[in-house]
Design a protein around this ligand. Structure first.
Ligand SMILES: Cc1cc2nc3c(=O)[nH]c(=O)nc-3n(C[C@H](O)[C@H](O)[C@H](O)COP(=O)(O)O)c2cc1C
Length: 245
């Protein structure tokens, strides 16, 4: 499509970057991206998120270990931990002497808020020419993350984020067709959902084959959800003060 607005060009060019040069990300770019992240919509303006930049090299090396050996965590321009964050709200309630009450809805609000913040932030970094990669591996061992980063009650670490100057240039990964996720008026029949998955598999089979993998998207989804992962996260977030009922 010719002459797209630059914001759309940036969004459509996204691909995760997993190899970075050693160039650091200057503070002014970080502040600009944070401001863009903060301008994301936020439920009732509660702004229930925060982000920790980890600079200490020993801590970064430990985070490589805790994220399952993801060396990019210590080899990028800047590494961040994004959290749903209700700490400030709790402090305000305590200072005012009023109760702080929450249920699963409150946890969802902070998770959604943090994700919207992070995605705006990522697009800002990408529009400045950086590459990014989310690191869900941060949830492999949340108890150790809590200890390592001294995460207080009311803070829910959700994912890490690598940012830096790309040292690779992978092609964007194709997605399901827009019509496979955009439904009109009524939710479609299951047969339609499966047909769209089959059409995607036809496209992705060659994409994986070009990368030496004999698989399809469906096969990867089947495998991904054939067993449960990170079974301790509910217990962890409860211990952090989240109500999950
Ligand atoms: C919340 C979240 C967690 C992720 N965790 C990891 C991770 O731990 N390691 C990694 O290499 N990529 C991770 N990714 C990147 C995804 O694998 C990637 O976005 C997806 O495969 C689509 O590819 P693309 O971003 O290149 O389009 C994560 C993405 C998200 C949104």
């Amino acid at each position: 499509m010719p002459n797209l607005p630059p914001a759309l060009e940036t969004l459509l060019a996204h691909r995760s970057i997993r190899r970075f040069t050693e160039a650091p990300v200057p503070d002014e770019h970080v502040r600009l991206a944070v401001a863009a992240g903060q301008q994301a919509s936020t439920s009732s303006n509660v702004q229930a998120y925060s982000m920790l930049r980890v600079r200490n090299q020993a801590t970064l090396e430990k985070l490589v270990e805790l994220t399952g050996g993801q060396t990019k965590v210590a080899r990028c321009g800047a590494f961040f931990v994004v959290s749903g964050d209700t700490r400030r709200h709790r402090l305000l309630a305590a200072r005012a002497g009023v109760p702080y009450r929450t249920r699963l809805e409150g946890f969802l609000v902070s998770t959604i808020d943090a994700s919207l913040f992070a995605q705006n932030l990522c697009v800002a970094f990408e529009s400045l020419g950086y590459g990014i990669c989310y690191v869900g591996g941060l949830r492999n061992d949340l108890a150790s993350i809590r200890e390592l980063l001294r995460v207080p009650e009311g803070v829910y670490p959700l994912f890490g984020l690598c940012v830096g100057v790309p040292d690779e240039d992978p092609a964007p990964r194709p997605r399901l067709a827009p019509d496979a996720v955009l439904h009109e008026d009524l939710y479609p029949d299951d047969a339609v959902l499966l047909a769209e998955a089959d059409a995607y598999d036809d496209r992705m089979r060659s994409w994986y084959a070009e990368r030496g993998l004999e698989t399809t998207w469906s096969q990867r989804i089947e495998k991904q959800f054939s067993e449960v992962h990170r079974t301790d996260v509910a217990e962890f977030y409860r211990a952090q003060g989240a109500e999950l009922d």
